[in-house]
Write a new protein. Structure first.
Length: 474
């Protein structure tokens, strides 16, 4: 017979020595945790949703202000409450300010870049040629833009919406990324942190749930931020966190009862990370049942994967490792990944053949890979970025600022409404029920958000400053 028999060493099937879980039984405690989400906060969320909805549907002569609002809604992770309203607003903007796929509204670079990104995100065909106006006579992006850090960052994010054949967005990506890298160390710390994060993880490739948690602190520092929107985002985050904690707890309990660590000791104990992968795909509350099923399916995939890997021979594993480590292979993989993102962007453009919720789920799975596998295997070695991300989303709640729940009064409680404006407060007495008393504030003496009433209840014996527009204590 030709050829020699394989050596015993080459046929040895090793059992991988994976690091233990960094979580242990931590999440199982949420199964028996009797602490529920504060339903007063739940009521407040409904009030806030109505207020934000009013902002979206209100008529305005400043469409770009509405675009900024929608961008903040997306980045804060509460867009799932307003899908219909956002669709209507973006359709109206597309109808009024896009002709033959050309954006015709006059605006600065940052506003145009945000508008372009959102229109593409919503599936509209819009041409990137709108950015040609920011080029010089030689056809290069103008150096005048160097002083516009916000505009450069917005153009950088917009360039990732590119599809095949859009050279101008390829140029924009190279131009903005190179310049932002060169100046990041000269920027004030808060802006430098945003630039560094975007260079490391572009907005459109980040997981919505991670972006929302990160963006809340940035948005809060913006002097022009919308308090109602920010409070909604924080309360909604905490409500979802409570739901997700219980989902994770039940799956971790199920995993422990399977006794995988003893029955299949070669399998990675990464059930929390599996659950987080599924959560990243779709975090919205209406998909809770789907997540519970998918989490168990994902756990079975993990077992299958580790069974295959652990029982691969040395020769088989070395051949695979050498194949993926070749420089040419790495270059080709990166090229195909870049083209893959362009394919994904094209799939989101209308007409859409696949339901949008399914597309978003698949897209978020791709984003998960980009976030956690781009630099190393953060799934297997989960003590760094993965652990930090899970703690941020599932353990640390958001601290809600000055807006608090409405003062709880019974409908039949006699109240005295005291108008708290200036030094000479006018009083208006009423023995009618709280439901029948109308808000009253001076018409033009203060901005809308500053008009307030002080409510005094003889039964509750408590003062509360109530914002007239939202019904929230401030």
């Amino acid at each position: 017979m030709s050829g020699s028999a394989p050596s015993p060493a080459s046929n040895f099937r090793p059992v991988a020595d994976f690091p233990p879980s960094v979580w242990g039984d931590y999440f199982i405690s949420y199964v028996s945790d009797s602490q529920e989400f504060d339903y007063n906060n739940g009521t407040q969320i409904e009030v806030l949703i109505k207020e934000v909805r009013k902002m979206l549907v209100s008529k305005t002569e400043k469409p770009l202000a509405k675009v900024d609002l929608i961008d903040s809604i997306f980045r804060l992770g509460v867009d799932y409450h307003f899908e219909h309203e956002i669709d209507e607003v973006m359709q109206q903007i597309h109808k009024n300010y896009v002709e033959n796929e050309e954006i015709i509204i006059e605006a600065n670079l940052s506003s145009l870049a945000v508008l372009f990104r959102l229109l593409r995100q919503q599936g509209f065909h819009v041409s990137p040629d709108v950015f040609n106006k920011f080029k010089d006579e030689q056809g290069n992006f103008s150096k005048i833009l160097f002083s516009d850090v916000e505009g450069m960052l917005c153009l950088y994010e917009a360039s990732y919406m590119m599809v095949h054949g859009e050279d101008i967005l390829e140029e924009a990506l190279a131009f903005t990324s190179n310049h932002l890298k060169s100046i990041v160390n000269t920027l004030v710390p808060s802006i430098a942190a945003q630039v560094n994060h975007s260079l490391r993880q572009a907005l459109c490739k980040n997981l919505p749930i991670l972006e929302a948690r990160r963006y809340m602190s940035i948005y809060e520092q913006d002097p022009s931020h919308n308090k109602i929107l920010l409070t909604l985002a924080k309360l909604d985050f905490n409500k979802l966190q409570n739901l997700h904690q219980k989902e994770f707890g039940n799956i971790c309990k199920w995993w422990k009862e399977l006794d995988i660590s003893n029955k299949l000791p070669y399998v990675r104990d990464r059930i929390v990370e599996c659950c987080f992968w599924v959560l990243a795909a779709y975090f919205e509350p209406q998909y809770s049942q789907a997540r519970k099923i998918f989490m168990k399916v994902f756990a079975m995939i993990l077992i299958t994967d580790d069974t295959y890997d652990a029982y691969g021979t040395i020769d088989e594993l070395e051949l695979l490792t050498k194949a993926v480590e070749r420089e040419a292979a790495i270059h080709e993989c990166r090229k195909r990944i870049a083209n893959g993102w362009k394919d994904i962007n094209e799939e989101f453009l209308m007409p859409i053949n696949v339901p949008m919720p399914f597309l978003k789920c698949a897209f978020n799975l791709a984003c998960f890979l980009d976030v956690f596998y781009k630099e190393k295997d953060n799934f297997t070695h989960s003590g760094g970025l993965m652990k930090k991300s899970i703690q941020t989303i599932l353990i640390d709640p958001q601290r809600v600022g000055r807006l608090e729940p409405v003062l709880a009064l019974r409908a039949d409680t006699p109240v005295i409404w005291v108008l708290g404006v200036g030094s000479g407060a006018q009083r208006r007495h009423s023995e009618r029920s709280r439901r029948s008393v109308r808000w009253w504030a001076p018409g033009a003496r203060l901005p809308v958000m500053m008009r307030a009433l002080i409510v005094l209840s003889s039964e509750v014996e408590e003062f509360a400053l109530i914002d007239v527009t939202s019904g929230l204590r401030v």
